[in-house]
Design a protein around this ligand. Structure first.
Ligand code: CAP
Ligand code: MG
Length: 433
């Protein structure tokens, strides 16, 4: 037990005074460990301390101790208050994570430690960028109203050459789709050089605009080995494509918070797409260490991502449940109901939920209903390219599924005189995930 890290007598007023970031963890002690004592060890390790009191502590440093302000042993919940002055004042998500989701995961006397929810005081929100270019801006560019943005991921995941890749984009766009993204590992591969593929995409986009009169968006992965290369790739896209027609995709988990925040600060006029490949290692329920999907989403929004993958609430192929819906609202709402806290995001703009993974046109309606909003982007990879008549028909089927939802009709009814949708139903209803 480290008593200087106890705060069980803290009042609601004190906790919400603006001085503290609040967090709740599911904490599972090793056998024989005292729950409250262990919670104080976690508070010490994630703020000022170590495994025992040090002689160098001062009255001032003691004031910066994180405090355990509540525990619920039956549910294994431990609540912490972190003085916000311990954090880098430069609006640095990487720094916050290093404290609260850092060394504590390695502590020997724990069987589990999962960060479930956080609450940021208004003073802290002021330090952070939050999103700049938003879903609203993208919808305006695309001319999309009262429906989700309909997208795809180029598949195969990797292996198409530049011209072939851009042709797939063309097919999807002319089929009626709005948005295409790079799959997350595509970067500057030898058989599909970054610059070459950007030029090909720009050409096809121009062609689509000429043929359909419509604006389209391409989300391009600019994650790279170092920041200079990342910025160079972003600038290259900027030099070849029309403003509004491109988004920058960052592999937020593997490239890291600094990559996300660098892009947010360098390119505030571009939609920043946070792909979360790797998040399952932290968020899966089977894993007792890590953080929840709403936590990743909250920090994604704080860091300035314009959009972040929030899952499909179990409707698609990836592991997911009702926490995905909480994440959707953590991303979007001004006052968001989290798993434990209610967050007023004040001036921080909304971040777009991105629903992807094992989706196809037959699942769109269920997705909209589960989320309770049309303010999201959905991308369906195999769900479009595996259509019996190819990508273009896959895109059309997706548009038709959306029209059916907008008209309040079932897809089966609507499919009676919409061939692409009919064929999509025939294909995807039978396909096991
Ligand atoms: C979807 C996807 C995305 C996943 C990631 C993929 O493709 O491009 O990376 O959605 O999961 O490669 O699987 P499909 P999440 O539409 O063909 O499944 O969005 O949950 O982070
Ligand atoms: Mg992918």
């Amino acid at each position: 037990m480290q008593k200087p890290y106890l705060g069980l007598k803290m009042t609601e007023k004190e906790l919400h005074s603006g001085k503290y970031l609040l967090a709740v963890f599911c904490m599972e002690p090793e056998k024989g460990e005292d729950f409250l004592g262990l919670a104080t060890e976690v508070a010490a390790e994630s703020s000022t301390g170590s495994n025992m009191r040090v002689s160098t502590a001062t009255t001032f440093s003691d004031d910066l101790n994180a405090r355990v302000y509540k525990v619920d042993k039956r549910k294994n919940l431990a609540y912490f208050a972190y003085p916000i002055d311990i954090f880098d004042r430069g609006g640095n998500v990487q720094n916050i994570m290093t404290y609260i989701a850092g060394n504590v995961y390695g502590m020997g006397n724990l069987k589990g430690l999962k960060l479930l929810d956080v609450w940021f005081p208004p003073r802290m929100l002021k330090r952070h960028d939050g999103p700049s270019y938003t879903l609203k801006d993208m919808k305006k560019y695309l001319g999309v109203k009262s429906r989700p943005i309909l997208g795809t991921i180029v598949k195969p995941k990797i292996g198409l050459k530049a011209k072939e890749f851009a042709q797939v984009c063309y097919e999807f766009w002319t089929g009626g789709g709005d948005f295409v993204k790079f799959d997350e590992p595509q970067a500057d591969q030898v058989f599909c050089p970054f610059k070459e593929v950007v030029v090909e995409i720009a050409k096809q986009m121009k062609r689509v605009k000429k043929e359909t009169g419509k604006n389209k968006v391409m989300s391009i992965n600019i994650s790279a080995a170092d920041f200079d290369t990342m910025i160079e790739r972003a600038n290259y896209v900027k030099s070849k494509m029309v403003k509004g027609s491109y988004a920058f995709l960052i592999d937020g988990i593997t490239a890291g918070w600094m990559a996300v925040q660098t892009m947010r600060r360098k390119f505030p006029d571009v939609f920043l797409h946070f792909h979360r490949a790797g998040h399952g290692a932290f968020t899966r329920p089977e894993n007792h260490f890590g953080f929840s999907v709403p936590i990743l989403t909250a920090f994604g929004r704080l860091s300035g991502a314009s959009g972040i993958h929030t899952g499909t609430a179990g409707i698609g192929k990836m592991k997911g449940d009702k926490e995905d819906v909480v994440a959707v609202h953590t991303a979007l709402d001004k006052v968001a109901k989290g798993l434990y806290f209610e967050q007023d995001w004040k001036d921080i703009k909304p971040c777009a939920p991105i629903a992807s993974g094992g989706l196809n046109p037959t699942k769109l309606g269920a997705l909209i209903d589960a989320f309770g909003t049309t303010d999201f982007i959905t991308t369906m990879g195999a769900g479009c390219h595996a259509h019996p008549d190819g990508t273009r028909s896959g895109a059309t089927a997706l548009v038709q599924a959306c029209e059916a939802w907008q008209k309040g009709m079932t897809i089966d009814e609507y499919a009676k005189d919409h061939t692409e949708l009919k064929k999509a139903i025939g294909k995807f209803r039978k396909t096991a995930l």
